[in-house]
Design a protein around this ligand. Sequence first.
Ligand code: ADP
Ligand code: MG
Length: 632
Amino acid sequence: MTDVHDILTKYWGYTSFKAMQEEIIASVLNGKDTVALLPTGGGKSLCFQVPALAMEGICIVVSPLVALMGDQVNALKERGIKALKLTGGINFNELNTLLDNALYGNYKFLYLSPERLQQEIVQNYIKQMRVNSIAVDEAHCISQWGNDFRPSYKNITILREIHPLAPIIALTATATPEVLEDTISELKMELPEIFKNSFVRENLSYQVFKEEDKLYKTELLLKTNTGAAIVYVRSRKSTVEISAQLNSLGISATFYHGGISAKEKAQKLHDWSQGIYSTMVATNAFGMGIDHPNVRFVIHLQIPDSLESYFQEAGRAGRDGQYASAVLLYNEYDKQQVKNQFVESLPTTSDLKKIYRKLHNYFQISYGEGEFTKHNFSFSEFCKTYSLNTLLTYNALNSLDRLAIIQLSQEFGRKSTLQFVISSEKVLDYFEKDTTASVIGKTILRIYGGIFEMPTTINLDLIVAKTGQTINTVIAVLKKMERDQVVIMTLQITDATLTFLVPREDDKTINVISRDVATINRKKTAQVNSVLHYIENTKTCRSVQLVSYFGETTAPKCGICSVCRGQNTNLIKSDIHKLAAQILALLEEDELTSRELTEKLTFAEADVLKVIRLLLKAEKIKINPRNQYYLN
Ligand code: ADP
Ligand code: MG
């Protein structure tokens, strides 16, 4: 056995371990089942990679995130370590070759998805391998209580049955007590050693503000920014809109969401990390693998749907250890919105029964049949046929997919988007030269307003119907316009498919999963409530609230969050008097909103608001329906 420090330096060039890494590695080397709970960026990968290198044989790594698997395998290869991965989209021959390599080629790491592990051929090969350890990355996925629960994760225990002596190491950054307990029992870990590093981030100031004008507040914050920033919003459309608005306010921003091409994603990530744009406006698709040191602000313009995701997203600020702010801006409408979207549209068992039955009617499948039949599926047409609520139906179909009743193809729920990227005059010039392009292009311009400003969802069927052209012509023309750099687009041209995984038995089928449905719904509701509770609790230190949610009950007050700061305001008494006098003097001249007051004063906005509140309370001033203050 080689010394673990030598391995660290030889392969990674690092001189010392991060907190807890050494203890975790020692535990695995002692053959113990081990749980590593470290925050994102805490260096979990090394916790199984170093011991695997110190032992003979191969480490099997089960990971749910295909994209991360590729990154990790590449990173290992670059360091001269033999690693391979089994993901989707490999045919049988390739699979055989890869597994042969893993068995006979002195490989140190075999990465695979939980779904791959279910294949018998994979299991048979693994049986013959000399497995030194089993790593389960993002292990919270195994728990019903984890954020990204996947049923197929449950069968990972097969590895334990095949290789009972290899220690299991489970790694996660999501460490609520329920998730932890559930993960350990689902993996059938035996008296595991549990290592947990504190989730406290001393340099991170958590701030929550109720704000009617969130964009204005964002502008104020970002104008003070000296490093990079991430602004999280919920929809793809908002990423485009908000980034345009920020640019018009003089803040250099770009946008990122799941619908842009891989090439564009890489380009945008690159430009942002290089500081070409200070601010990335993004959906939660912007996350995995982002390890940028000098993010000074992470601003949420909408309420996240769980504290797990909030903590991860907020935690991308201040990786360099310097002071950074994680700011959540919300208003009453947002609170209702998050409930509507995540709680009120959760499908109940009876919703699932109804939609499940409609699916069979739609595809004309009779009782007892349908198992393993695959169908082309248009979601919008399905909803239209039965006048179904789209959000509820969408969630219901996803639940049925998660619970292995049906299987939706990857195209499900994706949409084609298009944006014109040259001026309208140039577009018309372009159409002059090509009549087919003109017919199709002008129709698109007529149907979709705003298509010059942002990527817009387009409906190819509608364009076909309106132009009388074939779908192939429409696609060919769009592709030509893309090559000619007239438009940018993401085309979703393959139909989504839906496969029934069990025969039609109507209510019986759903009754079997009703307990799981209830658990998922209860969990989701609890998660959303935790976020709302976090927002509304203005008494307890924000950092204390967050880490105690993750089971850490002894953390000290941070002293820098909006709660701690609010309690010992920076304003000294003479400042309050001075500011009050200035506000009263301004209001003597005119009725003004708080924003107008802030603009005219040299004090920070929070201080102005605080003194306004004091003046209101003392009935020195009043507010009119236009939110302007006036002297009483
Ligand atoms: P996690 O999976 O916990 O989010 P990673 O394993 O991806 O974290 O590691 C995050 C970053 O920290 C990586 O860039 C990794 O190379 C780096 N890192 C890990 N261990 C050390 C160490 N001992 N010294 C310096 N950097 C480290
Ligand atoms: Mg990781």
